[in-house]
Design a protein around this ligand. Sequence first.
Ligand code: ASP
Length: 340
Amino acid sequence: MGSITSDHVVLLATGGTIASRADSVTGSTLAADSGASVLESAGAGAGAVEVVDLMQKGSYLLTFQDMLAICAAIERALAAPSTRGVVVTHGTDTMEETAYLADLLHDDPRPVVFTGAQRAADHDDPDGPTNLRAAITVAMSPEARDRGALIVFDGDILSIPGTRKSETSTVKAFSNPDLGSVGTVTEDGSVRLSPAPRRSAPLDFPHTESNTGEPARVDIVAAYPGADATLFRAALAAGARGIVLEATGLGNANAALCEAVRSAVLDGVVVVTSTRVHAGPVRGVYGAGGGKTLEGVGAIPSGLLRPSQARMLLQTLLSLELTPQVIAQHVRQRTGPAPV
Ligand code: ASP
């Protein structure tokens, strides 16, 4: 890391579309630009920024270990008192996962802001430079303190739990269908934020190197009309210690899946029920294999968290080597009616 000693933002560059351009041989779009060139694209007036190149990857390639490495770099950046805030440039596909992990672990009032782009750096009209300027503005902003991690994208400021990529290609890539955005940032640098919500206590940093180096396996299994328990059992056979059920509606499955959940829970596997539906909470209402039956056999409803973030929560808690009972308490505490 460089040596800016006055107040500044640390930019952690990880790749993604904001750093991508078309490969001249294959024509496919690949992360290629350094953090310095991503910053340069944002132009003058971006303020004092120290750049750290962490990785150059599309976020669809990131592992849990990569995401932990990003969170460790955030901690290192915040160890310097002259760091006012941190910006992470990141692919959009799995930004909701890394940002959620950072939010779960973040134990500091200073802002950590994730941003990226939908249009590559070599696009005629890229959105990355504007998003990056906005993210730096928010990271420097006193109003953005005490909020954990944030996503800044297309002028919106979003808190992380429940926020997800909701558009594959338009520039307004992220939304929080249940809670909306928490603020806005304009091109002229004005930041408006709603009052900071109460936050759950941060989780300990999981040090997965201390065991086999592999994080606990957590799979997502979908319920759909006619689904049997074959894939659920395959996940268990592959060593899953946690399973997120991507259920239908309010969080419903069927009798075969409920039976598989019952025996997995008895074996110490943690099962969380989420939903494939765009918005609204998961709730145990229906019987005969529905959400009430699932709760009855030990599945934990994910509240407003969708499968991507429910899986990160479970993987983090399992990596902390907590018992299934303690994990269940943590999940319930973070997925209660609000905040999620
Ligand atoms: N579409 C993605 C992006 O915005 C690819 C990725 O997630 O890296 O960067």
